[in-house]
Write a protein that binds this ligand. Structure first.
Ligand SMILES: [Ca+2]
Ligand SMILES: [Ca+2]
Length: 128
């Protein structure tokens, strides 16, 4: 759904920045740098994620600012779940168009790999 970009600006010492899934332990992205560090993870669905700023060493200290940017993806998301034909809840009319997201990471480590839709052409009625 969005690309999450975390940017941490410190004064001069090394900072580590981490992005975790909603379990607080599954690491999705991280980075280390002097002064300013950013990490980004694309293809995340809406959900709950956690950020951690880590200190390089107890010897060092620094103020920092942490910025969170979420970049929306083009097109609205489709109605989930729809991983199987039995879950296809959206019917595309003849000539119709739907928008969706595919391949995004969800909380819990599952990727959205399939989107099913229902197609029901109207019956043709012939009059004599
Ligand atoms: Ca989808
Ligand atoms: Ca799906």
């Amino acid at each position: 759904m969005v690309g999450y970009n975390l940017t941490c600006t410190g004064r001069r010492h090394i900072h580590g920045i981490y992005l975790y899934d909603n379990d607080g332990t599954t690491l999705l992205a991280n980075n280390f740098e002097y002064a300013t560090v950013s990490t980004i993870r694309y293809n995340l669905s809406a959900g709950t994620y956690y950020a951690k700023v880590d200190n390089y060493s107890a010897t060092y200290y620094s103020g920092y600012s942490l910025q969170f940017v979420a970049t929306p993806t083009a097109y609205a998301s489709d109605a989930e779940p729809n991983e199987d034909y039995t879950e296809a809840s959206v019917t595309i009319p003849v000539g119709g168009t739907v928008n969706g997201h595919i391949g995004f990471y969800r909380n819990g480590g599952i990727h959205d790999t399939d989107d099913w839709y229902k197609l029901q052409p109207l019956k043709m009625e012939l009059s004599v």
